[in-house]
Design a protein around this ligand. Structure first.
Ligand code: GDP
Ligand code: IMO
Ligand code: MG
Length: 422
């Protein structure tokens, strides 16, 4: 069974936790897009691991973890993660595989990402990890790929060419001194040397595994509404975060995919700028932020918080062909008198019952809510779906009916054990 797992909101839905759980059942975990803008948290025996590039299944012994061709790799971050795992006593040798075709993030991508933000009238609030500029170079056909780091002559050619242009831009547009060829060249050849044992043809590897009947879990990063095409553009990331991205970013045919699982928080969060129709008013937002520890796993920024938006998640179900949903962080809603679900938007007298792609509507619409009673119980201790308070079951039933996908997992805490399978 080959499964694609995607975020259905604006990222940070709790994908890391579910990837870790599902990894026990598969042979290979494949991360297929994004880069170290992602922060996927896994909590095991009270220990918290945050993965940015390495697939969140790495804690399971013997599982192959791939970084696919659709990922943009920052070798400095990669080394830090490998080091962290090694210190934690987790052996990744012969298990971590990095696509030779994956594009590489260079120092000028990171600087340009940050400098561009300072010049924009409408800031995106990027993670500053160089994601946009690296994907832009890929599309512009001047990117440097992992395999280029293994060849001094090729790297020299490409880097010299790139630096000529980047340094001009940095100096003339941003009054930045630019970069010295020799420094980057030396560092990146070193990165290539240390990563060489992981770099391989992951396309063949994955297709061979699938042909042999092995099971693959495709790990999505970010979320549906950060998708470069279908997200709240321009307040998005630079990759395809919907399920279709799994094939493009790994070199596997759509025919190989058996199931698509969507991950949704029981409410909504967003880091960075952009429209957010169901966003709470500041006081309640702060309350939920503190209760749900809603601070970015990558940048530490406070996450914006709001009610569950059924229009968005329903659109995500359609865009990715989601048949199963995991509802995360239900415990954060413990103790609320009532809970609201957004069922429509109202803008200039018009009612929207389906997600509109019009940024004006998303920015200015007021929300139509269905309000239902909350529960007093502490959900974190509950192990069995039947033992959930009736109000919590009611909330899940309403969501399932609205979204048209089966809720098969309910999460009531950050650890593996705090999970209810339904
Ligand atoms: P991801 O990017 O989708 O993997 O999500 P993040 O790791 O960025 O953010 C999710 C946060 O919520 C992490 O700190 C998780 O440990 C935590 N978390 C996951 N599931 C639950 C849950 O059911 N309840 C609570 N309270 N925390 C959770
Ligand atoms: P995970 O995988 C939440 C957001 C940034 C910003 C926008 C563009 O942990 O769910 P970028 O650096 O990608 O150019 O920033 O996208 N963003 C995320 N928000 N979770 C993520 O990843 C994100 N990755 C990027 O905050 O608004
Ligand atoms: Mg995250």
């Amino acid at each position: 069974m080959n499964i694609v797992l995607v975020g259905t909101q604006w990222g940070d839905e709790g994908k890391g936790k579910v990837i870790d759980i599902l990894s026990a059942q598969v042979d290979v975990i494949m991360r297929y897009q994004g880069g170290s803008n992602a922060g996927h948290t896994v909590v095991v025996d009270g220990r918290e691991f945050i993965f940015h590039l390495i697939p969140s299944g790495i804690l399971h012994k013997g599982k192959i973890c791939c970084i696919g061709s659709g990922v943009v790799v920052d070798p400095e971050m990669l080394n830090k993660e490998i080091e962290g795992l090694s210190k934690a006593g987790i052996n990744i040798d012969n298990r971590l595989k990095i696509s030779s075709l994956a594009h590489v993030i260079l120092p000028y991508h990171k600087i340009l990402d940050k400098l561009r933000e300072t010049k924009r009238t409408n800031k995106i609030g990027t993670t500053g990890r160089g994601i946009g500029p690296c994907y832009a170079d890929k599309i512009n056909r001047c990117g440097i790929r992992m395999q280029d780091l293994l060849s001094p002559a090729i790297l020299k050619d490409k880097l010299e060419d790139n630096l000529k242009e980047k340094n001009e831009i940095l100096k003339k547009v941003y009054q930045h001194p630019g970069f010295k060829f020799a420094d980057i060249y030396k560092n990146y050849l070193n990165y290539g040397r240390s990563a060489s044992k992981y770099i391989c043809d992951t396309v063949k590897l994955l297709n061979r595994e699938i042909a042999q009947g092995k099971d693959v879990l495709f790990e999505g990063a970010q979320g549906t509404f950060l998708d470069i095409d279908f997200g709240t553009y321009p307040f998005v990331t630079s990759s395809s975060t919907i399920a279709g991205g799994a094939c493009i970013g790994s070199g596997v045919s759509p025919r190989a995919i058996d199931k698509i699982i969507g991950i949704a928080k029981a409410y909504t969060t967003r880091v960075g700028e952009g429209p957010f129709p169901t966003e709470f008013e500041p006081k309640f937002e702060e309350f939920i932020r503190n209760k749900g520890k809603e601070f970015g796993a990558t940048t530490g920024r406070p996450r914006r918080c709001g009610w569950f938006d059924s229009l968005m998640v329903k659109e995500a179900v359609m865009l990715s062909g989601i048949t199963e949903l995991a509802i995360m962080k239900m415990d954060v809603l413990d103790g609320l008198k009532s809970i609201k679900i957004c069922t429509g938007y109202k803008y200039k007298g018009k009612i929207f019952r389906e997600y509109p792609y019009d940024p004006e509507v998303l920015k200015k619409a007021s929300c139509i809510y269905k309000e239902i009673p909350g529960w007093d119980e502490n959900l974190s201790r509950i192990k069995d779906y039947q033992c959930l308070p009736k109000q919590a079951k009611n909330y899940l039933k309403i969501l399932q009916d609205m979204l048209g996908a089966k809720i098969t997992l309910v999460s009531v805490g950050s650890s593996r054990e705090e999970t209810i399978f339904s």
